[in-house]
Design a protein around this ligand. Structure first.
Ligand code: UD1
Ligand code: UDP
Length: 379
């Protein structure tokens, strides 16, 4: 049997978490010869996910440099991926989401005339500078791709508005739910004693923050609001697994370093992190993936941004946009910590992002369309 050669390309932590279940699923299909190419736009935060899901990349561009700019990442991925696609001649390249790895790998595939499948397609805010550069990355990737695997109906609607052909869009749910279910299905003991020691009488507030458009003043506002929150609520303990970006860590230490009810810790591996979300009372975040995971766990989320490309969870009532001003963040967090009715209204387990079978749907689609895909133009 002639197999279809599918490359799965990713480079950052969230792409790895969301592509890992798909790689596993593709490996199960005898019709597919799956190869993994990592750019290593992230290094440690990528490697910990590869280790957890036991994935050995076939190719590793190892591009991460401290202080790297978007231009550095784009050009290094473009050159690196080009060489590999030219040698390996894949039938299909799969990319995920909206990072610079996503866009540059899709562009490299296009230049080699290899069709692209975009996983997590069709998320939009409509504002090209927020999130930056992700909104543009996902729009450009959408234009470069032939196949679009959209988590929700709303995502499909966004693509139809951009004249993407409906027959090339498949609604799948989000593969993040596949990953989440695989790591939260059993009782969990944390390696970090400080986390095990957080008692039922205390409310664990989980914080993550890393977005480029929040660097500087917005991040100062957010961290200062969190610090103030601990003064107002003596029963809370804040845990902040800090992103590896030195800019984020510096501001976190400045505003929250001296507070013994704020734990500034290293980024957690995915399994402990997912279980920390389960243990949390409230989540404050500017992350994309966490807005998809927390609703499934029944945890209220305040989004530390001015808008979201994930309106499904806002409509379902478990996610609210808190903005990036100190007063706004403080007011909403304070309300949820003081008013049990307001809290209970948000703390419902809803899951707009699928049933954990998104990867199987994508793999089935590729097998079903293998002949058509391998006839598409290639160099
Ligand atoms: C990137 C993505 C963003 C995504 C985020 C997920 C782009 C432009 N940005 O942002 O869309 O939401 O990842 O986390 O694609 N670093 C390490 N070790 C690591 C990872 C990062 O030291 O394992 C440090 C490095 O100093 C690096 C810096 O973090 O230069 C920033 O990493 P980069 O990938 O450029 O941007 P992120 O802010 O992580
Ligand atoms: N995450 C993790 N460890 C952490 C923080 C986050 O494993 O210390 C996971 C989280 O569960 C989610 C993903 O990383 O699946 C989100 O990554 P990030 O916030 O870096 O990127 P975004 O989703 O905003 O692109």
């Amino acid at each position: 049997m002639k197999q279809i050669k599918v490359f799965s390309v990713f480079g950052t932590r969230p792409e790895a978490i969301k592509m890992a279940p798909l790689v596993k699923e593709l490996q199960k299909r005898e019709e597919i010869d799956v190869r993994v190419l990592v750019t290593a736009q992230h290094r440690e935060m990528l490697d910990s996910v590869l280790q957890l899901f036991d994935i050995q990349p076939d190719f590793d561009l190892n591009i991460m440099k401290h202080g790297q700019t978007i231009t550095d990442i784009t050009s290094r991925v473009l050159y690196g991926a080009k060489e590999i696609f030219e040698q390996e001649k894949p039938d299909l390249v799969l990319v995920h989401g909206d990072t610079t790895t996503t866009f540059a790998a899709a562009l490299a595939a296009f230049y080699e005339k290899v069709p692209v499948g975009h996983v997590e397609a069709g998320l939009r805010t409509g504002n090209m500078y927020s999130p930056y550069p992700e909104e543009m990355n996902r729009k450009l990737t959408g234009s470069l791709a032939t196949y679009h695997f959209s988590p929700t109906m709303m995502n499909r609607e966004n693509l139809l508005k951009e004249n993407i052909d409906n027959k090339n869009i498949l609604i799948t749910g989000n593969t993040v739910i596949d990953a989440l279910l695989s790591v939260t299905n059993k009782p969990y003991q944390f390696d970090l004693e400080e986390i095990n020691q957080i008692q039922d009488a205390q409310k664990l507030v989980l914080l993550t923050c890393h977005r480029r458009e929040n660097w500087g003043e917005p991040m100062e506002n957010i961290f200062s609001a969190v610090s103030e929150l601990t003064k107002k609520h003596e029963d809370i303990v804040v845990v902040f697994p800090m992103h590896k970006n030195p800019l984020v860590r510096e501001l976190a230490k400045k505003h929250m370093g001296e507070n013994d009810r704020i734990l500034l810790i290293e980024p957690l591996d995915y399994e402990p992190f997912a279980n920390l979300m389960k243990k949390a009372y409230l989540i404050l975040t500017d992350s994309g993936g966490i807005q998809e995971e927390a609703p499934g766990l029944g945890k209220p989320v305040l989004v530390l941004r001015t808008e979201t490309e994930r309106p499904e969870a806002v409509q379902a009532g478990t996610v609210k946009i808190a903005g990036v001003e100190k007063e706004g963040v403080l007011r909403l967090a304070d309300e949820l910590l003081s008013d049990k009715t307001a809290y209970d209204t948000m703390a419902q387990a809803v899951n707009p992002y699928g049933d954990g079978k998104a990867s199987a749907k994508i793999a089935d689609f590729i097998v079903r369309n293998a002949k058509r895909i391998s006839k598409l133009e290639k160099m």
